[in-house]
Design a binder for this molecule. Sequence first.
Ligand SMILES: [Zn+2]
Length: 248
Amino acid sequence: MAEQQSFFGRGKWQNPEMERQKSYGPRRFWLPVDDGSGKGKTKVIFLDGAEGDMFFLFEHQVKLGESWQNWWPCMQNWNEPCELCDVGDDPNYLAMLSVMTTYQNRKQEWVATRQLFPMKQQTYKVIQDLAAARGGDITRWVVRIARVGERSANVGSAFDFERKIPDHETLCREVAPLLGWIGQQQLRPGQKRWTVEDYCKPFDYVEAFQKPDPKELIRVARRLRYSPITRGGEAPAGGGPRGEDIPF
Ligand SMILES: [Zn+2]
């Protein structure tokens, strides 16, 4: 089960026992492999999904300590030399979309949460084909997703398009009952109050993936230089078991 957490992974501290390390980007959608118990299945609503909506990014995923949940944008994105490439880590080339998905919190209540939907090439092609069959845009489609097979992409491999929500207002109305936290936000100074309308929009990718601090990349590169490089592949990146009775 995905733990209840800040809705933006940026600045989230990973693995407090290890050297504290900032990880980039919003929380990411992920499914465990479906073992027949139903936990490798869920539903999402795509919050964007036209060709022009996709955000493309070279990104490093590195293992620090026991955790694969460490991502840094590659400096190639800004046409600059990259410390992580220099130590031999190959970045992934990803296309990003945004989804609304759900999980059960500690009180077993269904809660909606917005997550990044990162696609490697294979998933990108599948989604492109599915979008092409729907006029080139999957925005506001409710999609059942299953992750079938150990080697399948961690965002899932089987996509069943159920229905399209007609407009943003209807989407907000459907999701609002699962966003109880929005009415109970306790703001720290300078924090923005979320509305359902804003939360049901895709991420601002440019804001979420800003150029990393070169000092930070040097620090990570130094750690990688002294540990064997292992590839992230489809390593777990969040998410968790799902029940059968999924809202939307
Ligand atoms: Zn790089």
